[in-house]
Design a protein around this ligand. Structure first.
Ligand code: PRX
Length: 639
């Protein structure tokens, strides 16, 4: 089953990379030919970064679920597609074969059609980490509806923003979800959100926790009952809608430097080719692998490396409902031992969190099945890298440090497990098809090695963002305007003396907290909603576990004294407007913010203070009131 595009040596990597640059169309046509298309493409690539307009496999017709499921039925139909490990270790594991997954996806796809959901409609999914979420994603793709998964930890207000922006006609949800010791009432959150969402006509509710839910007649439908109707109709398959290669497959919201999250759009053909290609090559996938990606399907990592990449490659993907530290900090290691996991793909935050529990939770757990380890979502510090290598990989598993973004669809810069060299805290080399360039402050390309600058990509790759939903101009401005003819990632990057890339972090107003992207403007908007807040400024600061923590400088309205009650009210406001992941780690009440004469907040100064740097704050002469800085410094020391 090893696909022909799997790279098997360093020389092979060099050859593939070279061809992907010199003959990109031939290169990607060879890869794409290994998938099932109902109509071949007429052109491999058409592009222009100015508009931007990028088309891969123009006129080609396909359905990604046929490639994920139908294509495998005759060969590996009985193989496990999903192994699901529930939150509570006392509850039974579920194993779903490719054949069974195909049947369940077809059944749900028929149920969605019965509810009147059509090709091109947007469907939001707000569910826990259960197989039904994956089935719902695939059922949407089966009928050509555009899925938009909303992370189950987001608030009702976040659902409102996403539903209104997509104009979704349906939401698929659960009664509730389990997360460690907590039970989260998802349907109740959806009900609250729907008071402000006119577009939604149908809500499909899967029963997970059996908590009480309100069902509104004519709008809310039971998943189980709808499936019974499908079964009674005798339909066992559902024809796959034949999509244009460039039809949208999904919309996934991510934070940018302005207040509102943007809906990143990925399309069917290019995303399919990219996720499969990157999955197979980075992890050096083998037939018998059990791949355990610990991300949530609410983020892009879950889309690409729990669902699509593994299914396309015919790999068993382990899906976990819980959290790493419940019932205890040995949960991951127990799962690995129980299911003989061979690939573990997790985040530096999870690694650091587990590291803080010492070695006791690992003791006695058989991790000998592990073959490859992966890291994603944020820079991995050397200490965490070495701990991962020594205590989890036992010094014998390559660690792939995979750099990519929601916008890139799949992994862009990473070592290939055991094939290209690893270097702690370096993502190392670009994948075939990826042409990174570093730009200096004056907009010049930085040539040669041992340089650092802003990371851009100078040529399209199949999995790249096509637009931001409903606002193409925003896509252009966010990614293609800073540097002409380049995609700008928003990340700073260093290229060392060997030409290896090390991502140093965001250079825009985006924070990366525990691998979650949050915009400073988005956070400030939420804080400013608290009725006693006059204004605020949010900056990151180094955090031992989360990578970056959130530091909020808050000015209260005239006459309101700072207090713990005000602090608590801000936390509530953030939880209601975004979700608990966005709660500030530190809130410092200040009498004013450092502003220039034109009213611009000088975040550079606040960043330094948040980092504990009180002396070298740089030029403060352009400040309207330099005295304010002294007061902020004193307050920070006393916080
Ligand atoms: O700053 C980079 C960081 O995460 C950002 C992308 O976040 P998101 O779109 O939520 O996707 C996360 C999962 C792919 C990037 O702009 N980032 C991601 N991977 C790495 C990383 N920073 C350093 N090293 C990485 N391996």
């Amino acid at each position: 089953m090893t696909p022909a595009y799997r790279i098997s040596s360093f020389a092979d990597y060099q050859t593939a990379y070279e061809k992907s640059i010199t003959q990109p169309e031939e290169f990607w046509a060879d890869v794409a030919q290994q998938f099932q298309w109902s109509k071949p493409w007429t052109k491999v690539l058409e592009w222009n970064f100015k508009a931007p307009a990028v088309n891969w496999f123009t006129d080609g017709k396909l359905n990604i679920t046929e490639n994920c499921l139908d294509r495998h039925l005759n060969t590996i139909g009985d193989k496990a597609a999903i192994i699901w490990e529930p939150n509570n270790p006392q509850e039974n594991t579920q194993t779903i074969s490719f054949t069974a997954l195909h049947q369940r996806v077809c059944a749900l796809a028929n149920a969605l059609l019965n509810l009147g959901i059509k090709r091109g409609d947007r469907v939001c999914l707000y569910m826990g980490m259960i197989p039904e979420l994956e089935i719902a994603v695939l059922a949407c793709a089966r009928i050509g509806a555009i899925h938009s998964v909303i992370f189950g930890g987001f608030s009702a207000k976040s659902i409102v923003d996403r539903v209104q922006d997509t104009q979704a006609i349906a939401i698929i949800t659960c009664d509730g979800a389990y997360r460690g010791a907590k039970e989260i009432p998802l349907k109740a959150v959806v009900d609250e959100a729907l008071q402000e969402c006119d577009s939604v006509k149908k809500v499909l509710v899967f029963t997970r926790t059996k908590c009480a839910v309100n069902m509104l007649a004519g709008r809310d439908y039971s998943w189980e009952q709808e499936l019974e109707k499908v079964a009674a109709s005798g339909k066992t398959t559902c024809p796959a809608a034949q999509m244009d290669s460039e039809d949208p497959l999904f919309i996934l919201y991510t934070s940018g430097s302005t207040g509102k999250p943007k809906g990143v759009v990925h399309t069917c053909g290019g995303y399919m080719v990219w996720t499969a290609y990157t999955f197979v090559n980075v992890f050096q996938v083998e037939d018998e692998d059990i791949h355990f990606c610990t991300a949530d399907i609410g983020w892009v990592t879950g889309h690409s490396y729990i669902i699509y990449g593994p299914l396309l490659a015919g790999t068993t993907s382990l899906m976990f409902e819980g959290i790493p530290t419940w019932p205890d900090a040995g949960r991951f290691w127990e799962i690995i031992a129980k299911h003989r996991v061979s690939i573990l793909y997790t985040s530096p935050t999870a690694i650091r969190g587990l590291m803080s529990h010492g070695l006791e939770p690992i003791t006695g757990k058989d991790l000998s099945s592990l073959r490859v380890l992966g890291s994603v979502g944020e820079p991995i510090n050397e200490e965490a890298w070495h701990w991962y290598d020594e205590h989890i990989g036992k010094g014998k598993c390559p660690i792939v440090d995979t750099w990519w973004q929601t916008e890139t669809g799949g992994i862009m810069i990473s070592n290939l497990a055991g094939i290209t060299p690893a270097k702690p805290s370096y993502a190392t080399l670009p994948l075939p098809g990826v042409q990174p360039v570093l730009m200096d402050g004056s907009g010049q390309k930085m040539l040669g090695n041992s340089v650092s600058g802003n990371l851009c990509i100078q040529f399209p790759w199949p999995g790249m963002i096509r637009t931001t939903w409903g606002d193409h101009e925003r896509c252009r401005m966010s990614y293609f305007d800073t540097y002409p003819k380049l995609y700008f990632t928003g990340d700073g990057c260093l290229r060392d003396e060997q030409g290896f890339f090390r991502i140093t972090g965001r250079v825009d107003d985006v924070l990366n907290v525990s691998g979650h992207r949050l915009g400073t403007a988005e956070l400030e908007n939420a804080i400013n909603m608290q009725e006693h807040v006059a204004e605020s400024a949010v900056v990151p600061f180094p955090h031992d576990l989360k990578g970056q923590g959130i530091y909020a400088f808050v000015v209260l309205k005239e006459g309101i004294p700072p207090s713990d009650a005000e602090r608590a009210a801000i936390h509530i406001c953030i939880t209601e407007n975004i979700g608990p992941i966005a709660k500030p780690d530190k809130i410092q009440f200040v009498s004013g913010l450092p502003k220039t004469r034109s009213g611009k907040i000088m975040r550079r100064i606040l960043r330094k203070i948040a980092e504990g740097e009180m002396e070298h704050l740089g030029d403060t002469t352009t400040l309207l009131d330099p005295g304010i800085v002294e007061a902020i410094k004193t307050g920070a020391k006393n916080l």
